[in-house]
Design a protein around this ligand. Structure first.
Ligand SMILES: C[S@@+](CC[C@H](N)C(=O)[O-])C[C@H]1O[C@@H](n2cnc3c(N)ncnc32)[C@H](O)[C@@H]1O
Length: 243
């Protein structure tokens, strides 16, 4: 498979989506190893950045929505879609985890090329997979990401899954007085983990689990070279716990 991607090699936090991150390469490698599983699926990528996983999965999917919130990232993602989406199944759309989504019918507007149409919002009802790579890295964002994932999964197919890769980044934090990966711990405190997927953390478990799932192994071929498969790189399959 040949794919062309345009990106920058450096970025600011606000525009980090114009750069490609290792977790996105890891997720793309996993997708390549499971391509037949995505045949005819409807997929939505969250915080897509340059959009590599979405563009890869688009080779076999029925429909792919690549979403992000930041203008430069959205424009670069669209460029990558135009370079690679020969089947015409991709749409690049604005989705900010802090905003209301799905948008109500009477609030749908076509002012920008990244706005959703009513038809597309209907298509999400048959969504099989959400994809996300390296989106757990800031305290404020993690809460809105978690809530948005739960909300979106509730409008997708009942068996829809979130496939997510994370690169854990550790810091010594004063409130916990230990070395933590705060945002990761917070996110997974809301996840009911099947099997031995998560070590005990300073944060512990939340009273209400919102997602359930398991950590997937890394025993698949490494086709993309430019990233490390360290212990800090994790791949998760998660579903919504019905309320
Ligand atoms: C570290 S980058 C990862 C980009 C890409 N997934 C990758 O792994 O190469 C985080 C991504 O999350 C997006 N993001 C950050 N805050 C967001 C928000 N509030 N709503 C939607 N996307 C957001 C950024 O624009 C960026 O594309």
């Amino acid at each position: 498979m040949h794919i062309d991607i345009t990106m920058k090699t450096r970025s600011t936090i606000r525009e980090c989506g114009v750069q490609i991150w290792g977790a996105s390469l890891y997720l793309s490698d996993w997708i390549l190893s499971k391509l037949s599983q995505f045949q005819d699926a409807v997929v939505m990528e969250l915080g897509a950045g340059v959009g590599l996983p979405g563009v890869v999965v688009a080779r076999v999917c029925r429909r792919v929505f690549l979403t992000d919130y930041e203008d430069k990232s959205l424009r670069n993602c669209l460029r990558n879609v135009m370079l690679n989406d020969k089947r015409g199944v991709c749409s690049v759309r604005k989705l900010d985890w802090s905003d209301e989504f799905p948008i109500k019918k009477d609030e749908v507007k076509q002012q920008s090329e990244f706005d959703w149409t009513e038809k597309e919002l209907m298509e999400l009802k048959s969504c099989n997979y959400l994809l996300a790579a390296d989106v757990i890295y800031s305290n404020e964002l993690t809460t809105s990401f978690l809530n948005k994932v739960v909300q979106i999964l509730s409008i997708c197919r009942e068996d829809a899954k979130l496939i997510m890769t994370i690169e854990k980044r550790y810091n010594f934090t004063l409130p916990e007085l230990c070395t933590t990966c705060r945002e990761y711990d917070f996110f997974f405190s809301h996840v009911q983990v099947e099997g031995a997927g998560r070590e005990e953390t300073c944060i512990g478990s939340a009273k209400t689990f919102l997602l359930r799932g398991k950590k997937l192994g890394s025993d698949f071929e490494k086709r993309l070279k430019e990233y490390d498969r360290s212990d800090e790189m994790e791949l998760w399959e998660l579903i919504r716990i019905p309320t």
